[in-house]
Design a protein around this ligand. Structure first.
Ligand code: SF4
Ligand code: SF4
Ligand code: FES
Length: 486
């Protein structure tokens, strides 16, 4: 360990740390644009300037904290008058050609350039020349639009594609105030399944998500902690949705219960600060048309009648089999096991397979099993055998199908079926009893990922009328509890 002093505080730093790392670890704030904890250090924005105090007759000096190694006895000032003056100069330079777009910029509210400008500059532009104009809406990829006037050329996005996603999909062309971030011409950036991380790490509003473009000001939204169910990695994410205090009363009420965007939640044990693009597109999974009515052979039934019929089928079955969802939470699995696990022969089913063209696996995050909680389910039950005849023998007289991924037409013709699912599908009509259930964003719970890490997800939205939580249904299937109480 190395003893240094930051703003008069004694700090024990690791020998190989930079001043930036030591300062952050000890709770001292130094501004930065180009530095990122997971990327290399280019030292190009100079906003992280700090003052190293002189020793005796030796004069002190200014240097960038992100690239300066700690040294024994070093005395660092992060907010001295010299530091503040230099930061003001740097901000004046960085904003020379930056447009005053905050009023229309999606990054407003979470933009570090805006924050540092108010903290360290706050003065009008010192330039007498007109700002250099650049492309305002450059289609960087199918998912991302680039505003070159807002770009401060920190190179984080370029380094991300070189060092993390390894697509080499971005570069900077030309020089000086004509420099432009551009995608390489072979389409590598469009094919990069991690491309949208550059939106998060861009410190200004230069890189913008097309689906989110001009949809909402971030202060109208709030994040809820969740887990991406897109594969067995189970990345920690935040699902952003409209704050209750900013609820829309006169416009489309669906806007109050929709996923506006998904961003990574930094979790070193699972995904670090990144997620893949599939994790950003969870609205495509959770906002599919919902099943909200209980059905008896395709005919609408009131929930208690449907439950009563399901109880009767379970009570009468001689050889019942349950195909358990690999999208179920640990809590739902425990509820199922407590209520019905001993009554059924249970197998864990594959709910979802890879989509056409989807990357199956890589050495960054993406895992081959596209179901979030097979590990949790497999802790209780064996996998469904590939040979359907072994899992569902001809004398099987009842199949409980929980979740997606089962072709009901392929079940033994003589078997009765109870189907629990969230989505509106033609197959729902085939079941003797269909019971609509809630989805992950409507309840809280935990998933266990492929490596055994258990992650929590919280409720974002109320479930639709007519829909029950699977946990409550399992308890109700065991005993006559009113579904309405769920
Ligand atoms: S687009 Fe954003 S992340 Fe990329 S160089 Fe410009 S400011 Fe940095
Ligand atoms: S790697 Fe898997 S869990 Fe992580 S965001 Fe992508 S699909 Fe979701
Ligand atoms: S953060 Fe240190 S030079 Fe940019």
């Amino acid at each position: 360990m190395v003893e240094i002093w930051i703003d008069g505080d004694r700090v024990e730093a690791e020998e190989n740390q930079t001043v930036m790392q030591a300062a952050r670890a000890s709770g001292h704030v130094i501004p930065y644009f180009c530095w990122h904890p997971a990327l290399s250090v280019p030292g190009n924005c100079r906003i992280c300037m700090v003052e190293i105090e002189g020793d005796g007759a030796a004069a002190g000096w200014l240097d960038i904290a992100c690239n300066m190694p700690v040294a024994k006895g070093m005395r660092v000032l992060t907010d001295s008058p010299r530091v503040r003056a230099r930061r003001q100069q740097m901000l004046q330079m960085i904003t020379l050609n930056h447009p005053v777009d905050c009023g229309i910029c999606d990054k407003a509210g979470e933009c570090t350039l805006q924050d540092y400008h108010y903290q360290y500059n706050g003065a009008p532009s010192v330039s007498r020349d007109a700002k250099v104009r650049a492309t305002k809406h450059h289609a960087l990829s199918e998912r991302i639009v680039l505003d070159n006037e807002r770009c401060i050329l920190c190179s984080r996005c370029v380094r991300f594609t070189r060092e993390i996603s390894k697509s080499d999909g971005l570069g900077i062309q030309d020089r000086g105030d004509h420099s432009l971030v551009r995608a390489v011409e072979d389409g590598a950036f469009d094919r990069d399944p991690y491309s949208d991380n550059v939106i998060d790490i861009c410190p200004v509003g230069a890189l913008l998500s097309r689906p989110f473009l001009h949809k909402a000001r971030v202060w109208y939204l709030e994040p809820t902690r969740s887990v991406c169910p897109g594969c067995e990695r189970g990345c920690s994410v935040e699902i952003w949705h409209r704050r209750k205090s900013w609820k829309l009363n006169r416009l489309d009420p669906a806007a109050n219960a929709r996923i506006d965007r998904v961003t990574p939640l930094d979790n070193p044990a699972v995904n670090g600060p990144w997620i893949c693009n599939k994790g950003r597109d969870l609205a495509q999974v959770f906002e599919r048309p919902r099943a909200t009515e209980a059905l008896l052979k395709g005919l609408p039934a009131d929930p208690e009648t449907a439950l009563e019929r399901a109880r009767a089928l379970i009570g009468a079955a001689r050889r019942p089999v349950a195909l358990v969802s690999s999208w179920a939470s640990n809590e739902e699995l425990a509820a199922f096991d407590a209520a019905l696990g001993a009554r059924f022969t249970c197998y864990v089913k594959t709910d979802r397979l890879p989509e056409p063209g989807e990357r199956i696996e890589d050495d960054l995050l993406i895992k081959p099993d596209k179901n979030p909680n097979r590990t949790g389910a497999r802790a209780l039950y064996p996998a469904q055998p590939a040979d359907t005849g072994r899992a569902l023998p001809a004398d099987c007289d009842l199949v409980l199908v929980w979740g997606e991924g089962c072709n009901l037409k392929a079940l033994p013709p003589a078997a009765k079926t109870i189907h629990l699912d969230a989505w509106l599908k033609p197959d729902n009509d085939r079941a003797d009893v269909f019971l609509p259930i809630s989805v992950q964003t409507e309840r809280s719970g935990h998933y266990t990922n492929f490596a055994g890490v258990v992650s929590r997800f919280d409720k974002c939205f109320d479930k639709p009328t007519g829909v029950a939580d699977a946990e409550a249904l399992f308890a109700a299937l065991l005993q006559p509890v009113l579904l309405a109480a769920s």
